[in-house]
Write a protein that binds this ligand. Structure first.
Ligand SMILES: Nc1nc2c(ncn2[C@@H]2O[C@H](COP(=O)(O)OP(=O)(O)OP(=O)(O)O)[C@@H](O)[C@H]2O)c(=O)[nH]1
Ligand SMILES: [Mg+2]
Length: 202
């Protein structure tokens, strides 16, 4: 059986970071288990949306095959993931945007469907995943018409996706702290292991 679309939901893959802990490499294009990290995410989300966006700040020709449209931060110098979120919200044509980082290759569709179902109950608010006590702001659904409010926070100097989403009254979907699907890859040491660990830096 094929998974149904997430109706009215664009998806934004965030791959616009500096990759400092990877020695400055473009993390989304680094291979893990024989495939670029971004490809793992792409293969999971592609059937779920009619609008797949990808935020990157370099290597555009290589990323192009993984999305319907590429977007770039307005500001130079890797100002952080909120820059990619802002650009995504302006570009998205659906009422909601599901956000995912490029370095969580084990995320699965069941989790994305759970996030989507949770967001349906309060469609005007963001929905953030919460792993135990820890918020996961880069795994969230945001109503796209909140982009002007988010821009206002940005102009006031706010750069934290988590604080912005909480200010906007985000709801949570709680999952177990050690859920292996949230394993993320930040360093060359983790790349070498068969399975990434579940520590994140966000
Ligand atoms: N658009 C955009 N995305 C970013 C930026 N910084 C980080 N991200 C994305 O946000 C997610 C989480 O970031 P990190 O895991 O810290 O990745 P990173 O910033 O490339 O790596 P470090 O430089 O080692 O912190 C990843 O999917 C990054 O691609 C940025 O300046 N712009
Ligand atoms: Mg970073």
């Amino acid at each position: 059986m094929t998974d149904p679309l997430l109706p009215s939901c664009s998806i934004l893959l965030l791959a616009g970071g500096r990759g400092q802990r990877m020695g400055g490499q473009d993390k989304g294009l680094i291979e893990w288990q024989g495939r670029p990290l971004i490809e793992w995410l792409h293969d999971v989300v592609r059937p779920l949306t009619d609008e797949l966006l990808l935020s990157c700040n370099r290597n555009q020709p290589r990323y192009a095959v993984y999305a319907d449209r590429l977007i770039t931060d307005e500001e130079e110098g890797f100002p952080g993931p909120l820059a990619g979120i802002r650009a995504g919200l302006v570009a998205a044509r659906n009422p909601w945007m599901l956000l995912l980082p490029c370095d969580t290759p084990l995320i699965d569709r069941a989790l994305l469907h759970s996030i989507y179902s949770a967001a349906l109950s309060t469609p005007d608010k963001p929905l953030m995943l919460r792993r135990g006590a820890q918020w996961e702001p880069l795994i969230s659904i945001i109503p796209t018409d909140l982009h002007e409010q988010i821009d206002e926070y940005w102009r006031d100097g706010e750069r934290s996706p988590q604080r912005v989403l909480l200010k906007l009254g985000a709801n949570e979907l709680r999952i177990e702290p050690d859920d292996p699907r949230l394993a993320n890859i930040n360093t060359p040491e983790l790349l070498k292991t068969g399975m990434p660990t579940t520590g994140t830096s966000r």
